[in-house]
Design a protein around this ligand. Structure first.
Ligand SMILES: *Cc1c(COP(=O)(O)O)cnc(C)c1O
Length: 452
């Protein structure tokens, strides 16, 4: 009975997989926030290095991972694939459950898969400092780790509600030499305006993105980096799904169901895009790709597929995506990394086209799933990850009913070692389930800029 399926270091994928190559019609281009005309590379030059801009738009199927980036990724990659024997037994399911464990990275999640190449390309372009936002603190710590490796400075705007909930994430960023500021802050013009509007705002990813973009755009030596949503971020995460495919092949398996939690979509993209490619090229038609999101921030399940801003202040291009409206402020649930109003344009397109689908859950049921996982497999997952665990458990229970022996694969995106206050709230019975009212979603969607 094999439990861990491991690849040798030499078997780590040497290329990222670009699912844009398989789309019959190209993605709708990003639009300039003022002119509403498609933007070109020049519009992004102020905040991104050229190589990342190229990766954002290319339809090349494979992109080589630079050797210097591979060297760093090998600190924790290839990551292990586990067969969840104990969880299967507990659920009495005929299904086979596999999970890809991304919590082995130094920052504890999948995010260093992209923070490392992003910091690398910025260093190559001569950039001295990177500004970014972080929700739960996972991205901030991943970028702090990566910028340290390449001798860059790093400024991180952290959503205020998470900054208060997770003080040790800030300490982690400091340990790697980065500066972490609660957002909205008085450091930026847009932050000052947001505080004036609502001094007690819990903040949002949309607000923190605006602050980081303003910081980067107003300093010549500074660039901006995003931990999710954008095409190049999803591209860097495809190392996960490529490894999974090889690891499953080692035990003569191919998944029937692939599951990931969805904040901006990058870890789901990472595990699912290689399999989405199999669907789009007709190699395997019957893979069920499921993104799991919180019922309190139901972007893919209740949002609109349209052009919207990626941030609150309107500094970023308009992206065609599922959105709840750029000024949507989701409740302060514990899965801080899933509180984003929009989603990856590629994930959105694939959901819109019916290649992938999405489901949503309340936080108390996902914490119960996380508890079940901790008490069977031992790993204490991040609140974000617990959404994927819940999705996998539900699929396995469906198999129990139907008697199907499906192979279920899910992305175990990160550990919850810094999220114990969330577990405390769960154990104390203090978690409140919040279904965002349809009326408020409708109002926020009504404020999305009109595109001719
Ligand atoms: C950030 C984060 C997520 C959500 O972000 P995606 O871009 O949707 O993957 C999920 N899990 C963990 C552990 C995270 O840190």
């Amino acid at each position: 009975m094999q439990t861990k399926i491991l690849l040798d270091e030499e078997q780590m994928p040497k290329r990222w997989y670009n699912v844009q190559a398989e789309l019959k019609t190209p993605l709708d281009p990003p639009l300039h926030p003022q002119t509403k005309k498609p933007i070109g590379p020049d519009d992004l030059k102020a905040i991104f290095p050229m190589e990342l801009i190229r990766q954002e738009v290319t339809t090349e199927r494979y992109i080589d991972i630079p050797a210097e980036v591979q060297d760093v990724l090998r600190l924790w990659r290839p990551s292990p694939l586990y067969r969840a024997h104990r969880l299967e037994k507990f659920l009495k399911t005929p299904a086979k459950i596999y999970y890809k464990w991304e919590g082995v990275s130094p920052a504890g999640s999948h995010k260093p898969n992209t923070s490392v190449p992003q910091a690398y390309y910025n260093m190559k372009a001569g950039v001295e400092r990177i500004a970014t936002e972080t929700g739960a603190g996972q991205w901030g710590s991943a970028l702090a780790f990566a910028t340290m490796l390449y001798d860059l400075e790093c400024t991180i705007y952290m959503v205020r509600s998470s900054y208060t909930q997770k003080p040790y994430r800030k300490s982690m960023m400091q340990a790697w030499g980065a500066e972490c500021i609660p957002s909205p802050s008085t450091k930026t013009k847009c932050g000052q305006a947001m505080l004036q509007k609502d001094p007690d705002t819990p903040g949002s990813l949309g607000m923190a993105i605006s602050e980081a973009v303003e910081d980067a755009a107003s300093h010549a030596n500074t660039n901006y980096a995003l931990g999710s949503v954008l095409n190049h971020v999803c591209l860097h995460q495809t190392i996960i799904g490529q490894e999974c495919r090889e690891q499953l092949a080692m035990v003569d398996e191919y998944p029937d169901v692939v599951i990931g939690c969805v904040g901006g979509g990058s870890n789901f993209a990472g595990i699912a895009f290689p399999f989405a490619g199999d669907i789009l090229t007709g190699k395997h038609k019957d893979v069920d790709l499921i993104g799991v999101e919180p019922a309190s921030c139901p972007t893919l399940t209740k949002g609109l597929y349209t052009y919207d801003l990626a941030d609150e202040a309107g500094y970023t291009p308009l992206l065609k995506m599922f959105t709840l409206g750029h000024d949507f402020v989701p409740p302060s649930i514990h899965a801080g990394g899933l509180r984003y109003h929009g989603d990856s344009p590629i994930v959105s397109r694939l959901v819109h086209d019916g290649v992938m689908r999405a489901v949503s859950y309340h936080q108390s049921e996902v914490f119960l799933a996380a508890q079940t996982f901790a008490r069977t497999e031992g790993i204490i997952v991040a609140p974000e990850t617990s959404h994927a665990v819940k999705g996998a458990i539900d699929e396995a229970l469906k198999c129990k009913k139907s008697g199907e022996k499906k192979t279920i694969l899910f992305n175990c995106s990160g550990h919850g070692n810094f999220d114990m206050s969330a577990y405390d709230a769960y154990f104390a019975g203090k978690l409140v389930d919040f279904e965002y009212p349809d009326e408020l979603i409708k109002q926020a969607i009504g404020r999305i800029p009109k595109v001719p």
